[in-house]
Design a protein around this ligand. Sequence first.
Ligand code: SAM
Length: 261
Amino acid sequence: MTATAHRYQFRNSLPQLGHLQEVLDPITLHELTRLGITPGQTALDVGAGAGSIAGHLCELVGRAGKVIAVDIDTSLLNPTGVLDVYQRDLRTQPLPVEPGTVDVAAARCVLEHLPNRHLLLNQMITALRPGGHLLLGEIVYAPVSAYGLTDSDSELIARVVHTILDVFAARGLDLHWGDKVPSVLLANGFQEVRTRWVAETWTGGSAGCRLYADNATQLRDRLLADGLSHAELDRFAELMADPAVLVRGYQFASTTARKPR
Ligand SMILES: C[S@@+](CC[C@H](N)C(=O)[O-])C[C@H]1O[C@@H](n2cnc3c(N)ncnc32)[C@H](O)[C@@H]1O
């Protein structure tokens, strides 16, 4: 394994995680609501980021419940009477939870980044009580296209986004992990396994296009090294802010399942 492989791609920042949350929260919060989480329960959010899922879990478990948020970078997470925050590098440190104590364990856009994703998933499964729920969300590979633009702009958008996905993959992100999750959970005896794949169009200036633009900004040096020019990346940034632009967004796989009783 090289030093750059299996390195998390981004610095946590409110703008970048805010865009991710704006795009994905409607999907994730819908799934959490469907799980029937009740006041007083204990929830775990693995790789909690800027904390939108942890915050929603706090609302669902109420003041009698507990939410445990874990991340390597806890700078955007504020502990409360309900929310416990733990700073952990989950590549090398275990989850700070007792076996069989968690009613719902969530991880969104986290396991796909980590080389020990199977081990970490096993830790999440061990943390769950019998009958507890798992919620895993991952970006998965899908071809990206743009609509209604000149050929050169369409090709540029596809090229930049595919190069971003290639950089993710070269750094150890498994863009097919989300597609494998249902089989992995079935093999672990999980019940009520349900995966929803979601991809929608994003308009220039929307949270989704700003997420694409932020990803390109954060990975700019690497994209330049992979053959894109400053002019092309500047044009990409312009397109991502242009309300006349319509692109296919990242594809997201969201899986829920229940641990056998
Ligand atoms: C793409 S963000 C997702 C954040 C949040 N789950 C969400 O969906 O809004 C990935 C998160 O995983 C965390 N992370 C990355 N590598 C980690 C590691 N080795 N140990 C713990 N957390 C890690 C990052 O700090 C970041 O908060």
